[in-house]
Design a protein. Structure first.
Ligand code: ATP
Ligand code: SF4
Ligand code: MG
Length: 350
């Protein structure tokens, strides 16, 4: 999908969210020095209206931190967030409350995210009460409208409780609740990972249709790369708090450029990479986000790592149109990196 600049809903610029914390209970009890967790460590990303951008990467790479920072549930440490061109990085008070209405998040667990003592009507109406929107009649109309949008006839579901609903129906109610304030950005953090596989596609298809019908920008976070390919226009691959590859979802999934992405995709049987190459395995552990290595963050696990990789962190290069990668294999010819550092080279079988 081509995106006009004026269509951009949300934009992150060199966004960082660091947490202060102890690495363990014993360190905390002994009053040891707290460490800095570089959970989100310099991310640039934009999402346009009607666009779904997928975020993938191993556990702990900062996907949820990115989502929660964009909706301002976490305070960014530095960088900027622009919403419809306005800088909202440091909003507070009433303006922050109003932004939170426009930027909603849906979590993975539809069992714990809905209050079991409230009816579907009360659950969806609650945000309107909190934000003091509409008369009683207008609220009733809006609740019915969003229930219809998530394909749940209001007359059947308004007075039911979460315990009367299936997992898929609960997640639809969670989506309706997120929609009732008429947001422009939805962060969906693993929204189907706790649902039965047979109903996942229906919920994803709904998110896809809603993004187009309601001009929504959607950030879709998932471990499941196959579902990302199913609904996303673009995909960003994260590693240790940074985006290491970003592009159209077909390009990233079928022609991955970064050695890390290549290994992530090779682990997914349903992803058939179109470039013939040996299937490669992802080995080793992700380094700790409290101790970020110098140079390329993936160097400790990358079989192609060379001297340059350990010394200088790559920028996001754009070797193909609209397909960016943070890897020195794609270092442009006109670079100003010292020539005496050995460069990585493509393997012969590639
Ligand atoms: N509130 C917090 N305080 C301290 N550290 C945190 C906090 N939230 C997240 N982290 C740490 O930040 C890093 C990134 O966490 P995050 O939850 O964003 O990862 P993720 O990619 O969503 O992982 P998963 O796939 O398991 O959901 C992890 O090391 C995590 O332990
Ligand atoms: S920069 Fe070097 S270490 Fe990092 S992914 Fe590319 S080849 Fe591997
Ligand atoms: Mg997460």
């Amino acid at each position: 999908m081509s995106v006009e600049t004026g269509d951009t809903v949300i934009e992150a610029r060199d966004l960082k969210t660091h947490f202060k914390g102890h690495t363990g209970l014993i360190s905390a009890l002994l009053g040891g020095e707290s460490e800095t967790v570089h959970a989100l460590d310099g991310v640039d990303l934009h999402i346009a209206k009607k666009e779904i951008v997928g975020i993938v990467g191993e556990s702990g790479c900062g996907k949820s931190t990115l989502g929660m920072t964009l909706v301002r549930m976490h305070e960014p440490t530095s960088g900027n967030i622009l919403f419809n061109g306005q800088d909202i990085t440091h909003l507070s008070g009433g303006k922050l409350k109003s932004y939170r209405g426009a930027a909603q998040i849906i979590f993975q667990d539809p069992y714990s995210s809905l209050n079991p003592r409230l009816t579907v009507d009360q659950i969806i109406r609650e945000p309107l009460d909190i934000h003091r929107i509409g008369t009683s009649a207008e609220k009733t109309e809006r609740v019915a409208e969003v229930l219809s949008r998530v394909r749940m006839p209001p007359e059947t579901y308004l007075h039911r409780y979460p315990s009367d609903l299936s997992g898929g129906q609960r997640q639809r109610v969670a989506i309706a609740r997120a929609l009732v304030l008429r947001p422009k950005l939805i962060v969906a953090d693993e929204p189907v990972s706790m649902l039965d596989v047979s109903i996942q596609a229906g919920v994803l298809e709904l998110l896809n249709v809603l993004s187009k019908e309601l001009d929504l920008a959607v950030l879709y976070i998932s471990h499941d790369i196959a579902t990302v390919g199913y609904i996303c226009d673009r995909v960003a691959v994260m590693y240790l708090g940074r985006v290491v590859e970003e592009g159209g979802s077909d390009d990233v999934m079928h022609t991955p450029l970064h050695p890390y992405t290549e290994r992530l995709m090779a682990a997914v049987p349903s992803v058939d990479t179109s470039v013939p190459r040996q299937r490669v395995e992802l080995q080793g552990e992700v380094p700790s986000p409290t101790d970020i290595p110098a140079g390329c963050r993936f160097a400790g696990r990358c079989p192609l790592a060379a001297e340059l990789c350990h010394a200088v962190e790559p920028e996001l290069y754009e070797p193909l149109p609209n397909h960016r990668v943070r890897c020195h294999l794609y270092l442009p010819a006109d670079n100003d990196i010292p020539a005496d550092l050995a460069r990585p080279e493509f393997p012969e079988n590639r």
